[in-house]
Write a protein that binds this ligand. Structure first.
Ligand code: 5GP
Ligand code: ZN
Length: 113
């Protein structure tokens, strides 16, 4: 399958990983939009939030569990951070492998500026 993030999971495209377990992997965004900008993904391919199947909700819970851990490890748990999922065209989703952006390390301002 021609999916950049599946290739990152497989290791055929390099990435700066900050977290990995059986179900989830997280790595630095190649074009950071904040001092801390980590992408957190399920290893299982699903294109977007629209494609999450009934059996996948626990897996998305694991993605959020990873986000909590990563925020602590990146030192932004106390100062605060934003978890963002872009779904589809109007949200500007570019990579169609479900992912959350973890953004922090500065005052991010209002969500909708
Ligand atoms: P989206 O708009 O789909 O939510 O965001 C996709 C994100 O993936 C963007 O922030 C972009 O910089 C990041 N990205 C795209 N290709 C790569 C890549 O090959 N490696 C890494 N680490 N990040 C990528
Ligand atoms: Zn994929």
């Amino acid at each position: 399958m021609d999916c950049i993030f599946c290739k990152i999971v497989e290791g055929t495209i390099p990435s700066k990983k900050v977290f990995e377990n059986e179900q989830v992997v997280a790595f630095h965004d190649i074009q950071p939009a904040a001092p801390v900008h980590i992408l957190i993904i399920p290893k299982k391919h699903m294109a977007s939030m629209n494609d999450v199947q009934e059996g996948d909700w626990a897996l998305l819970g694991e993605v959020q569990r990873a986000a909590q851990t990563i925020a602590r490890e990146q030192g932004v748990a106390e100062s605060g951070y934003r978890l963002v999922n872009n779904c589809g065209k109007d949200a500007g989703q570019v990579v169609f492998h479900l992912h959350y952006h973890l953004l922090g390390g500065e005052n991010l301002g209002p969500l909708l500026a």
